[in-house]
Design a protein around this ligand. Structure first.
Ligand SMILES: [Zn+2]
Length: 436
């Protein structure tokens, strides 16, 4: 019964999406899909064992040896599948490095993206894989995203055992610093961007919002900004007077309030001051996110430093917002000066027709496998991730098709292990169809 439904769905898909020529033989694809599904079910226990093993290796981004060790564990798996593997040292961006695995083949190139690091550093109390019950396990990085890397491998192994991998052209990049990207980001992501060139599609195996009915096809980018204001110090009795003017704190407050009045509420745009230091003297340690300020109630403050973030959905929205912020900053109150600087982090993954098309394919694969529909999560709810760096390089991008669960980035990070084989089957079928 299931098989009959699958055939009908495949024909409907072919008619709907104009893929008639590519899905010329639903019957032969069905045989292949059956083989893939069986291979994934058979290899699932080994995949779970691999997941437990890699979760138990600490790979906080700054634990460079740990990131390399997780890289070595995955590298051995890709080697075993016949991939050519390479470790790219990260010294140039002060991180561990990246694993790149390539499998040349005649079919269109597909890029698979994962990361090796987690937010849990070596001194975190959260270090071990722990089985919660039959369906769930807790562990640092289990869904974000060692589970996603394992899903990638499980899908590839099944494609290999079904005889489909041989002619497939696949490049895998597992970065070592997704959670705390090395700078400059252009150097830290050079390997990813160059691996992406020529790919028709990219699949990211992040956990996303944790919901297995969701995938991500648009992500906002992030930029941090720093506002530095200089005022004229002096006795507070003369504030607003011709000699001292407004002081550095009133000026910073004016600027922030104008940001809010002019820009708050714009769709997909957020900006937030996270630290505000003002007084006669200020010291700010940006890397540590801390600082000190000293002053007196009867002295007009001479200095303010404010540090915040900015998130936007398109490059254009970033540029427009930065322009508005600079204009506001330039309208200084008397006897003050101010400057704002931006440090771009992740670029945005703007919505695109190509990404939409890949989601349609992924959703179709899911329904053909009997796993129901998959829809796009709002970009406002999707954090920044590595796929964003290849926006504009690869025509079709989808992300968050990795292991699902709850509470990533927290000591309660828990995987729904039932989603492991399901996600591997969905990914394998999409790869199979993309490879045609
Ligand atoms: Zn992640």
């Amino acid at each position: 019964m299931k098989k009959a439904i699958l055939v009908i769905a495949l024909v409907a898909c072919a008619v709907q999406s104009g893929l008639t020529a590519q899905v010329a033989s639903p019957a032969s694809e069905r045989v292949m899909v059956d083989a893939i599904v069986q291979a994934i079910d058979a290899a699932n226990p080994a995949a779970l064992a691999l997941l437990e093993r890699v979760v138990n290796i600490n790979s906080g981004t700054m634990n460079l040896a740990g990131v390399r060790a997780v890289g070595a564990a995955f590298r051995a798996e890709f080697d075993a599948l016949g991939f050519k593997t390479e470790w790219i040292d990260g010294a140039a961006w002060n991180r561990a490095g990246h694993l790149v695995a390539t499998h040349p083949g005649a079919s269109p190139k597909i890029l698979l993206i994962g990361h090796l690091d987690t937010v849990f550093e070596a001194d975190s109390p959260f270090q071990r894989f722990e089985r919660v019950d039959a369906d769930r396990a807790r562990g640092p990085g289990i869904i974000d995203m060692k589970g996603g890397n394992v899903i990638m491998l499980l899908a590839l192994r099944a494609l290999k055992s079904a005889g489909a991998l041989d002619r497939m052209n696949i490049t895998v990049v597992l970065t070592g610093d997704e959670e705390l990207t090395g700078r400059p980001t252009t150097v830290a992501r050079e390997a990813l961007v160059s691996a992406a060139k020529g790919a028709v599609a990219a699949l990211g195996f992040e956990d996303g919002d944790g919901d297995a009915t969701h995938a991500v096809i648009a992500r906002r980018g992030t930029t941090t900004w720093r506002l530095e204001v200089t005022g004229t110090g002096g006795h507070s009795s003369q504030v607003f007077g011709p000699d001292l003017g407004a002081g550095a704190i009133y000026e910073a407050a004016r600027i922030l309030n104008a940001f809010r009045e002019k820009l708050a509420g714009e769709p997909h745009l957020t900006f937030n001051p996270g630290v505000f230091l003002g007084g006669t003297a200020v010291e700010y340690d940006a890397a540590g996110g801390r600082g000190t300020a000293s002053g007196k109630t009867n002295i007009v403050p001479a200095r303010t430093v404010v540090s915040g973030d900015l998130r936007a959905l398109t490059v254009d929205q970033f540029e427009k917002t930065k322009r508005t912020m600079r204009e506001i900053v330039a309208q200084s109150l008397p006897r003050t000066t101010a400057e704002i600087t931006f440090d771009d982090g992740y670029p945005p993954l703007a919505p695109s027709a190509g990404n939409e098309k890949l989601l349609v394919m992924y959703d179709q694969a899911s329904r053909d496998l009997g796993f129901g529909t998959v829809t796009a999560v709002s970009p406002d709810k999707a954090g920044a991730a590595d796929v964003s760096f290849i926006a504009g390089v690869v025509p079709m991008i989808i992300d968050a098709i990795g292991l699902k669960g709850t509470d990533d980035h927290s000591p309660k990070e828990t995987a729904d292990l039932r989603t492991l084989p399901m996600q591997a089957k969905r990914a394998a079928l999409v790869m199979l169809r993309l490879g045609k």
